[in-house]
Ligand binder design. Sequence first.
Ligand code: KMH
Ligand code: ZN
Length: 270
Amino acid sequence: MEKLIITAALTGAEVTRKQQPNLPLTPEEIAEAAYEAYKAGASIVHVHARDKDGNPTQDKETYKEIKEKIEEKCPVIFQPSTGGAVWHTKEERLQPVELKPEMATLSAGTCNFGKDVFMNSQEYIEEFAKRMKELNVKPEIEVFERGMINNAVRLAKKGLLDTPMHFDFVMGIPGAITGEIRDLLYLVESIPKGSTWTVAGIGRHQLPLANMGILLGGNVRVGFEDNIYYKKGELAKSNAQLVERVVRLAKEHNRPVATPDEARKILNIK
Ligand code: KMH
Ligand code: ZN
């Protein structure tokens, strides 16, 4: 097994300060949370920007500020979101890719997302993949449903995605695939051989799926975007606290944790 890559999804587009008082919102707070997550053992930070009022924004300048502030502090891999919030336009969503980050997310299909619809038509996915390829940005393919793997494979056949691909299984969003372990096994068996993958369990699914990621030779994403609790009824103190727990679990399972440079090698980031 390769070393374990831990991603910290620091802020997301949906969580509010009211729900999680320690949610990082400003570029300074997000960069500090990234640094703490890195020190705890994360090699990737998945970032959503917020505007001055704390609302989700895909503004390029805000992402630039966050990226630069993180780079000043540590060598963690900066992975901005191209998913944004469900109401962002395709053009807004693409903006952070223009900063040529090492990685960015690429959502591989449309699904229900709570009360909303998260729109990712074939046209969107192809345009996002094409731009990422042009700018040498490694896509993390976000999979919310099984059929999205097929979409990614189709894009790879068209030459729009390089192989081996890297997938993130986002599991437990109301309206999309469940966070059950049998569904994770199904997804893992369904990706092309040689692909890498990580798993992001939503809410109460975060901890069991993190364990499964470690045991199955995948990788793990934790953080406030996906889950604001440490355990039932107890809010987590920080993103770093959630990363620290994964590091402890990995140690118990004899799975060493990757540094950012080791993660770059595993993911073929050039
Ligand atoms: N906020 C979700 C609608 C991504 O970051 O690429 C989409 C999302 C996926 O979070
Ligand atoms: Zn996200």
